[in-house]
Write a protein that binds this ligand. Structure first.
Ligand code: GDP
Length: 375
């Protein structure tokens, strides 16, 4: 699988020149001057059985050969017996804007005789990344926070045309509260247009039936009509029907395009009439990158953290969350956060004692000022 390909670059950041348009340098909905200056950092996880075109898609998505071609790679004794987690970082640059991209790959998923626990190492990895972030938040010096949390998980569904497999359902059920799930139909060029339409509906029905929460891109009324329309179009395509190719093929008219050639014609990766690849890329890189990061941080991570704190015996008063107005609520959450931190730190041993004292005095000062946001 991807193992051999990734090892080369596992420990360092590879600089890559772009071979085509990607779109992150032009970010109508997410122009954050700071991000443009410092560059973006985005972590995406790729999950699906081997052979579904995961590495091809990553290469296609970022217009660069992140994964070396791995034709003729035979399984060896080294073939892992469990799901492995491998992470690869690359810095790509477009029009002077940098994107530090981390791809977390999960070779072995679904490839064993017994795949019952295939989701487990993946869940563990996502939670370990949350833990690493939580640990940094508890430090006094929070200036150099490193965010290695997974911002999106592209889940590859085999193009069976039937419905989700038990493995798909199990994975999504286990992970949906921990990561932004973006399901895609792999190798959709193997299905007809009608089959794709029906397959998509069945997948969505299955997802609904099993109460699975896939990523819901938010809609904002204050966006301009063009953006709203663009977003709607993207969202309506989920689960994206994907075709990947890192090769150029020649169309009947002689033009060379990224695509796959068939006796009856060429399927073009970058043609929205042929597949949803462009829509997936738009969502991931152009329109929803910041949203995916925010949702990861504000909802998925927050929930993880409060559950963790609760399991450590830190009680929360559910009535505190009564909604008054957004500002008050934010302040409430901030205070709650301070309290949580304080309590947690109290449980930690001597190393943290000094820090705890600092936090306490800070909190006391806030209270002295007479702020009360709980009504
Ligand atoms: P991975 O094991 O999931 O990373 O899959 P690869 O990206 O290595 O692809 C496995 C094989 O499927 C390769 O021969 C690819 O050329 C082919 N492939 C990749 N994407 C597509 C696609 O969208 N459609 C078709 N028909 N084949 C694809």
């Amino acid at each position: 699988g991807l193992v051999s390909g990734i090892k080369a670059g596992m420990n360092g950041v590879i600089k890559k020149a772009l071979q085509g348009y990607v779109g992150f340098a032009n970010l109508p909905n997410q122009v954050h001057r700071k991000s443009v200056k410092k560059g973006f950092h985005f972590t995406v996880m790729i999950v699906g059985e081997s052979g579904l075109g995961k590495s091809t898609l990553v290469n296609t998505l970022f217009g660069t050969t992140l994964y070396p071609k791995k034709d003729n790679v035979e399984p060896t004794d080294e073939t892992p017996k469990t799901v492995e987690i491998q992470s690869l970082s690359a810095e790509i640059e477009e029009n002077g804007v940098k994107l530090r991209l981390t791809v977390v790959d999960t070779p072995g998923f679904g490839d064993f005789v017994n795949n019952e626990e295939s989701w487990k190492p993946i869940l563990d990895n996502i939670e370990a990344r949350f833990d690493a972030y939580l640990e940094q938040e508890n430090r006094v010096n929070r200036r150099k926070m490193v965010d290695n949390r997974v911002h999106a998980c592209i889940y590859f569904i085999a193009p069976t045309g039937h419905s989700l497999k038990p493995l798909d359902v199990e994975f999504m059920r286990r992970l949906h509260t921990k990561v932004n799930l973006i399901p895609v139909i792999a190798k959709s060029d193997t299905l007809t247009e009608d089959e794709i339409k029906q397959f998509k509906q069945r997948i969505l029905d299955d997802i609904k039936f099993h109460n699975i929460q896939i990523y819901q891109a938010p809609q904002y009324e204050y966006d301009d009509p063009e953006t709203i329309a663009e977003n709607k179009e993207i969202i309506n395509k989920i689960p994206f029907a994907i075709v990947g190719s890192d090769r150029e093929v020649e169309r009947d008219d002689g033009k060379k395009v990224r695509g796959r050639k068939y006796p009856w014609g060429v399927i073009e990766v970058d043609n929205p009439d042929h597949c949803d690849f462009v829509k997936l890329r738009q969502m991931l890189i152009r329109t929803h990158m910041e949203e995916l990061k925010e949702y990861t941080s504000d909802v998925l991570y927050e929930n993880y953290r409060s559950e963790k704190l609760e399991s450590m015996g830190v009680q929360q008063d559910p009535t505190v969350f009564k909604e008054v107005n957004p500002l008050a609520k934010m302040e409430e959450e901030r205070q709650l956060h301070e309290v949580k931190l304080q309590k947690m730190e109290n449980e930690m041993k001597s190393v943290f004692q000094q820090k705890v004292a600092e936090k306490e005095s800070k909190l006391k000062q806030t209270k002295k000022k007479g702020f009360s946001f709980n009504k």
